[in-house]
Design a protein around this ligand. Sequence first.
Ligand SMILES: C[S@@+](CC[C@H](N)C(=O)[O-])C[C@H]1O[C@@H](n2cnc3c(N)ncnc32)[C@H](O)[C@@H]1O
Length: 308
Amino acid sequence: MRCPAIVFKGILWLLAGAGAIAAGMARAENGPSVPYVPTPQAVVDRMLAIGGVSAQDYLIDLGSGDGRIVVTAAKRFGTRGFGVDLNPERIREANDNARRNGVTDRVAFYQRDLFETDLSQATVITMYLLPRVNLALRPRLLELKPGTRLVSHDFDMGDWKADQYLRMAAEDKYSGAGGDSDIYLWIVPARVGGSWCAQLPVAGKAQSYELRLEQKYQQVSGTVRIRDRLIRIADAKLRGDELAFSFVADVEGMPVRHEFSGRVAGDRMSGQASLSGKRMAARVEWTAERAARSAAALPVQAERNTVH
Ligand SMILES: C[S@@+](CC[C@H](N)C(=O)[O-])C[C@H]1O[C@@H](n2cnc3c(N)ncnc32)[C@H](O)[C@@H]1O
């Protein structure tokens, strides 16, 4: 028996692996180079759940097929959005789908190359493409607003590790042959790599800390310089524009744990820090201004820094 699953994966991997498919090859002159294979409805539902899609979102499906992802989000949550597909037949099916489900006021479908589509409106992007296409798209996706969620069916994003991942069985995959589906979620990280000058009141006095952050996608590490001491930060977490980290530094001769959390807005950060030690427990506001951006654009390789 011919297994459609194998046929599809075979096509995908052949396409993905072939040297002729360079980055951006989905920009096909002679039609789409990503074959049409619909995402099973149960997988669509999980993709929307993992992406936390709601009425407040604007969803763009890249290579939208019969429009099922955009239409399901609009019908279930009232989400607005659009889909693009190179194939005019798919656009017709997607428009019929939107009409049947009464969501034409919230969604639209355009016959358009996904590489020539403005993505700036999106709060959520969904895709079921190819590994190489995901990689070709990656630099543009990293430029989107921090916090934008990206949900991909079956294919990852190379060394940009997903923030969340799940595998599920889908009986109706590959026209009913069945198979496993992988779902990946990434949250576009703010750019935090570089030097920052942080200010906060400690024991009633204004303190200045120099923060140096290294960033690889959403992974952050770094140091804080307080006067002549250089301390490595721990537990750094970056989720969209939300940053948290901690370190222990002496205050008046006693070790004090500093737990920072806050938001990044371009070249400024601000938030709250909780300071706890034997002789102190305080919650203070902090702000930081960017002093210098990392020379390299994202992705920045995390360097092994020496702490003096
Ligand atoms: C695997 S299907 C996914 C369909 C739909 N997103 C889903 O999950 O059910 C990929 C779709 O991408 C479309 N496609 C391929 N290359 C494209 C491109 N460069 N621009 C827009 N659409 C493209 C194909 O026509 C096909 O409908």
